[in-house]
Design a protein around this ligand. Sequence first.
Ligand code: NAD
Length: 250
Amino acid sequence: MGRLEGRVALVTGAASGIGRATAMRLAAEGAAVVVTDVQEEPGRAVAEQIRGQGARAVYLRHDVADEASWQTVVGEASAEFGRLDVLVNNAGIGDLATIEDTSRDDWERTIAVDQTGVFLGMKTAAAALKASGHGSIINISSIFGASGGFGTSPAYHAAKGAVRILTKNAALHWATEGVRVNSVHPGFIDTPMLEAAKGTEFESGMIALTPMGRLGRPEEVAACVAFLAGDDASFITGSELYVDGGYLAR
Ligand code: NAD
């Protein structure tokens, strides 16, 4: 019997990369999975693939920056599966612009998705997660939520840093209410988000900066999310888990 048998998990940004690997892993551990993403076709394909492996899954179109969209998906998830136990706030966008090259609109869009999206998700799902008795929220931050990185992407760093502290704040708020909240901080992971860097100096730079000498795989992040999602992590809240091949150990 899987560690997440009988649980229901909602994973945002689950059409691609880390979110997709996480949805697949949670399903393999026994959870029913609500796959949400702005990208409809690949989102539906992930849910279909999970169902093809004999687990329960549904795809819902979802923009994490939109509060009404959150109310719809949390309502539909509960209606479809009768409960909600795990929320993985994974959806994210990033760019490589400098401060000077970041327009106010760019700044606000990245903050809306990467930071406000996490706040809205926790707020909207709170009642259902408290009712679960096994509520677990995993917020996907980044190594760039705890360091200045390459000195680029200011909105991304600001948002990921905010997610790190927001996670601890929410963990304290719900500590006695059966909802744990933790953040996972991937290093350089081989997903479509890094597509633009493929074969460039930026990619070799990322590998050179990673003590283990390679990019991470989405499945390696998903395994950590699955651990935090279930009762093996029952005394862990407000913590931050780095999945970065040693990047921040320097
Ligand atoms: P990805 O681009 O492969 O996947 C991100 C997914 O989020 C996409 O499917 C996209 O459609 C979805 N998305 C974007 N905006 C959305 C919105 N407004 N509402 C709903 N869905 C939306 O990227 P990934 O590498 O798998 O990234 C997943 C998470 O991991 C992100 O939060 C990212 O910041 C974080 N992260 C990634 C890396 C890395 O090296 N790949 C490193 C650190 C942190």
